[in-house]
Design a protein around this ligand. Structure first.
Ligand code: CP
Length: 377
């Protein structure tokens, strides 16, 4: 397929400087995956930098889900409590690729916790246009906040962001809000929360159909890796040959016991088998559409052939891969993609609370609420 080369990291205009920076970054990247993961954790083993879904375990995910649930219930009755938790702290949201959901939900999540946000989406106003390297720019932004949330087109920006923190002398939590075609760990968390809520925690044995751009859809890669933490998961990758699941993700989940199937012709045959139908758009910003066609779209008829209890998800943004009439079905419990977006805000509240160490306060407060019956609102 005619793939575009992913934009890289900007190292500044001067080779005398960029060669030194690049050499340090290359040395950092030569660490083993285990050492990189260790670098993401604090001295107690708690994840502080969220760069890669491969670092998650079920204990972490369960805790995030519990915190998210507690926060949204508390918010119903006592918004001030949440707003005091991180009052005066700062979240820097740097998005170098377009985003609606991830950016707005992180920004709102920070606000719910009382944080101030600096939102940078128009990089033409950054001092990088004056020749400042991305390394210096990110380090500068880090000095104004308590957490960094970044999106970038480069596949290695997750490691870059971590490296900048590790070499800065003033390390703050770095959260990867989508890097290149590979990783979108916080989308993986919100998708996991949505599935966990839908199936009341019974995820073992579920069949998940990932449909669309399995090759370049970073949300597919992150969620597939997360689900591989469960037992007896079956994954169907429903995409034309040119958009089929990448080798790295396939090998990762296969090694962890996921039963992998590839369907290259049509969604129709897989529909009745799936508990979760996870639609995605063709990521055309990365090049061709790899023979994607109508057979991979979710129609009104597809709804009728869904398994009992199955759900329809989409990370967004959606285009025409789901029949538009489905948006107008009121209260249909199968249609999960709008709820999924709202779940994004609450899981990001939980995540910010986690990396900044106030998540236990949310869960403790919720327990108190439960004692006096306010949790049943
Ligand atoms: N799902 C997702 O990442 O959406 P945005 O690109 O709008 O943030």
């Amino acid at each position: 397929m005619n793939d575009k080369k992913a934009p890289g990291i900007y190292w500044g205009e001067y080779e005398s400087v960029s060669n030194v920076d690049k050499a340090h970054f290359e040395a950092f990247k030569r660490q083993s995956p285990a050492d990189i993961e260790k670098a993401c954790r604090d001295e107690n083993g708690r994840l502080r930098h969220i760069i890669n879904a491969e670092h998650f375990d079920l204990e972490f995910l369960t805790t995030i889900c519990e915190t998210a649930k507690a926060a949204r219930r508390i918010d119903d009755g006592n918004r001030e409590f949440l707003g005091k938790l991180l009052r005066g702290r700062g979240s820097i949201n740097l998005f170098k690729q377009p985003s609606s959901r991830t950016w707005a939900s992180f920004s709102r999540a920070a606000g719910i916790l009382g944080m101030q946000t600096v939102d940078i989406k128009d990089v033409s106003t950054s001092s990088e246009v004056k020749g400042e390297s991305e390394k210096d720019s990110l380090r500068t932004l880090s000095s104004y906040g308590d957490a960094l949330v970044c999106r970038h087109p480069s596949d290695e920006y997750d490691l870059f962001g971590l490296w900048v923190q590790k070499s800065s002398g003033r390390e703050i939590p770095f959260i990867n809000a989508g890097s290149g075609t590979k990783r979108h760990p916080t989308q993986g968390i919100l998708d996991y929360y949505t599935i966990n809520e839908s199936f009341k925690g019974n995820i073992d044995g579920k069949v998940v159909a990932f449909v669309g751009d399995c090759l370049r859809g970073r949300t597919v890669h992150s969620l597939a890796k997360i689900l591989a933490l469960h037992k007896n998961i079956t994954a169907y990758f429903v995409a034309p040959e040119g958009l089929q699941i990448d080798k790295e993700t396939e090998e990762y989940i296969d090694t962890r016991g996921v039963m992998v199937h590839k369907e290259t012709n049509s969604l129709r045959r897989v529909m009745p088998l799936a508990d979760v139908v996870y639609m995605t758009r063709v990521q055309s910003e990365h090049g061709g559409s790899g023979d994607y066609n109508e057979n991979f779209k979710f129609t009104m008829d597809s709804l009728d052939s869904m398994r009992e209890g199955a759900i329809l998800m989409h990370p967004g943004p959606k285009r025409d891969e789901i029949a538009p009439e489905i948006d107008y079905l009121k209260g249909d419990q199968r249609v999960m993609y709008w709820r999924q977006q709202r779940n994004g805000m609450w899981t990001r509240v939980a995540l910010l609370a986690h990396v900044l160490g106030v998540d236990d306060k949310i869960r403790e407060a919720y327990k108190e609420y439960a004692k006096i019956g306010l949790d049943r609102k």
